[in-house]
Design a protein around this ligand. Structure first.
Ligand SMILES: [Zn+2]
Length: 167
């Protein structure tokens, strides 16, 4: 399967899969890693069907895009919090953006959303609640103590903000 910009620029993560986004009109891209996270039998059967009928295209993002995602995540101070699947799906969204000029990533994961936005990818939530994820977090400047809900550099002193996690 390859990217067909005329048909779709939408990438789905596992939350989007559980929410059944692929049942809506159109075709969607995802990765092997995302599929491997979908274990319940009903979702799996639905996905097998969607893949067989060409509604879901499973694409492995090129290594360069994985490297770009890792470097952006590192700059944002969130690399260690991202799973390999998170990185893979971000790399795919980044690859689609490069190929098509834009891409949309469906995910409810705040960290994935933050990195996607930094990569210029459009983000949509799917309102699936993942219970084992971080409950709340913010970004904090180590030099001046400023707190922010967004990653990046400190608006006061320019230092890279660090992720602060509370469970
Ligand atoms: Zn600061």
């Amino acid at each position: 399967m390859s990217i067909n910009c005329g048909k779709s620029t939408i990438v789905l993560d596992s939350a989007a899969m559980f929410a059944g986004i692929e049942l809506s009109y159109g075709i969607f891209y995802t990765t092997e890693g995302v599929l491997s996270e979908v274990l319940d039998i009903n979702s799996r059967m639905r996905l097998e069907f969607a893949i067989a009928s060409g509604k879901i295209a499973v694409i492995t993002p090129p290594r360069d895009y994985v490297a770009i995602v890792k470097s952006v995540a590192r700059e944002l101070g969130v690399l260690r919090e991202l799973s390999n699947v998170d990185i893979e799906v971000l790399a795919l969204a980044s690859y689609v953006k490069k190929a098509c000029g834009s891409s949309i990533l469906y995910t409810d994961d705040r960290l994935v959303q933050d990195v996607a936005i930094a990569l210029g990818i459009e983000v949509r939530g799917v309102k699936y609640i993942e219970k084992n994820r971080l409950s709340s977090y913010s970004y904090r400047c180590r030099s001046c103590g400023l707190r922010s809900s967004f990653p990046g550099t400190c608006p006061r002193c320019g230092t890279t903000l660090e992720l602060e996690v509370s469970r």
